[in-house]
Ligand binder design. Sequence first.
Ligand SMILES: NC(=O)c1ccc[n+]([C@@H]2O[C@H](COP(=O)([O-])OP(=O)(O)OC[C@H]3O[C@@H](n4cnc5c(N)ncnc54)[C@H](O)[C@@H]3O)[C@@H](O)[C@H]2O)c1
Length: 337
Amino acid sequence: MKEQIRCAVLGLGRLGYWHAENLASKVKGAKLVYVGDPFGDLAERTARELGIEKFATDANRVLEDPSIDAVIIATPTHTHAEMLEKAAQHGKHIFIEKPLTQSLAEADRAIAAVRKHRVSCQVGFMRRFDGAYAEAKRRIQAGDIGTPLYFKGVSRDPGSPPEAFIKNSGGIFLDMSIHDYDIARFLLSAEATSVSAHGNVLVHSFMEAYGDADQAIAYLSFDSGAAADIEASRNAFYGYDIRGEVIGSEGSLLIGSLRHHDVQLLTRNGSTHDIVPAFPQRFKDAYLNEICHFIDCLRRGEAPSVNEQDGKIALEIALAARESYETGQRIALPGYA
Ligand SMILES: NC(=O)c1ccc[n+]([C@@H]2O[C@H](COP(=O)([O-])OP(=O)(O)OC[C@H]3O[C@@H](n4cnc5c(N)ncnc54)[C@H](O)[C@@H]3O)[C@@H](O)[C@H]2O)c1
């Protein structure tokens, strides 16, 4: 077993900072030695704050450092393909945020590079590492709901990310619903065969310029005979609302809740509780668990449980959903035409 994995984090925005903070102090067997971000003095400030040895504004300098074993890529989505290829060429093991890339051609090139240079690649589908989704998987495997027949996924953001993010995000199916496409495959143990999707801009009119939607739904059929519907919204002004349901032949599993703290206020006016505000609170433990899994696998020389191929399959579904939204047609997934 390898004693220590020397890591770098590229991209120190909403999610990258979170990964850096976890790696700097909470992940056994990891040493965060390099952080990179081109924005102002963000890398320098982060390095100072977290006590990291090295920082850079140029990702290439980080990737060229021979002392780095693994890199966490949390840069904007449109940069993933290039980052993945370069990281693999420099022999770095890779943890990459979702989506893997923005196109299937990019995904194929990235996967070829990962295989050619014999590096590990884990994709940031952190829901697989969330207590509630992981427990649902365990219950399904234990046979508690019989045969899984239907998955309902709800993912609602409290508002839109900034326009600069939306512009490069690939749109709601790629940026948001991709988590549910992956978790549907994971929970149903099945592959999607076709998708029909619809969407609208109900609130954030700036999205029209990018062909994006702020409210969307996709209906998926699976090769097991199961089906799913997956809603995504940027309009949950009450909070961050992530829930799921798996309906089986013997019962049903309800996954997740809106409750942030497990406290309910009862007064003569009724009962209330607070609501999960945003993703860092809802998935705090899952973000840590997924990075611990990545480092643990590298130390043991094992393959991560969610890899570049899972990233590509979820991307295929997301791209098909986007095509369906744009054309109004039901789209068959590759291999199921
Ligand atoms: N798993 C999740 O729940 C989750 C949540 C949010 C975002 N994400 C994903 O994480 C990625 C980043 O999203 P975000 O919300 O943190 O974005 P962000 O815009 O907040 O941060 C991105 C950071 O990357 C930096 N950057 C840009 N180009 C770079 C380069 N060439 N090298 C190094 N750094 C560079 C930017 O300066 C910025 O600081 C996206 O792919 C997004 O889909 C995942």
